[in-house]
Design a binder for this molecule. Structure first.
Ligand code: SF4
Length: 209
């Protein structure tokens, strides 16, 4: 079965998949995910240690000057918008949630800069709640492997993956698909020549050289 082949191969490539964003506290992780939108984990990891060592608490973060936050997070892109998200998330968590990031989707979706993908990444990684976050890597790989259709939106891709894979595999699968897309099935010049599931891939013929 196609899904078993995919799981076996991803388990072979990434037996212990981990999220590559660095963090120590719950709110640091949530903010790191927000900063990672349209950016890379590497860039986010280059700014968050500076951000969280200068502003060591939510109380400090919510009072930070926009200008200073923008300077620190500039490398991740969209820094003005993201700086305002960081301050507002810090304020909401400090004033309305006793400083703890809630497990509740309905509450998290009201936070600025926090969408479905961010929530799925956060809940699955931090609270171990099964979820499949569909980022650019997951979307691309899923479509190449025929797990979703080329014109499916991210929500449809997520629904299809949820149907095709067991719930207890969702969070692990998300991490594995991200890593597979980042290091093997790259957007440009995927390593099809070295791919052990090329025979079930819809993209193989286009990319195999
Ligand atoms: Fe990705 Fe190429 Fe493998 Fe298909 S054959 S999954 S495009 S690396």
């Amino acid at each position: 079965m196609k899904t078993n082949r995919i799981i076996e191969y991803l388990d072979y490539l990434f037996p212990n998949p981990v999220c590559e964003l660095k963090f120590e506290k719950d709110y640091e992780f949530l903010i790191a995910i927000v900063l990672s939108a349209q950016s890379t984990d590497k860039r986010v990891n280059s700014v968050t240690p500076i951000l969280f060592s200068k502003y060591k608490s939510l109380k400090m973060l919510k009072k930070a000057s926009n200008h200073d936050l923008e300077d620190i997070i500039r490398p991740v892109g969209s820094f003005r918008k993201k700086a305002s998200y960081v301050k507002e998330i810090a304020r909401i968590l400090d004033e309305e949630f006793d400083g703890v990031v809630p497990k509740d989707r309905e509450k998290l979706i009201t936070f600025p800069g926090v969408g479905r993908k961010t929530i799925n990444v956060f809940l699955s990684e931090f609270y171990d709640i099964p979820a499949i976050a569909v980022d650019t890597h997951v979307e691309r790989v899923s479509k190449r492997l025929g797990l979703a259709k080329i014109d499916d939106d991210v929500l449809e891709v997520e629904r299809k993956l949820q149907k095709k894979f067991r719930k207890d595999l969702w969070s692990r699968l998300h991490l594995q698909l991200v890593l597979f897309g980042r290091y093997h099935c790259k957007a440009v010049r995927p390593e099809c020549f070295n791919c052990q599931i090329a025979d079930i891939c819809h993209e193989k013929k286009k990319n195999y050289k």
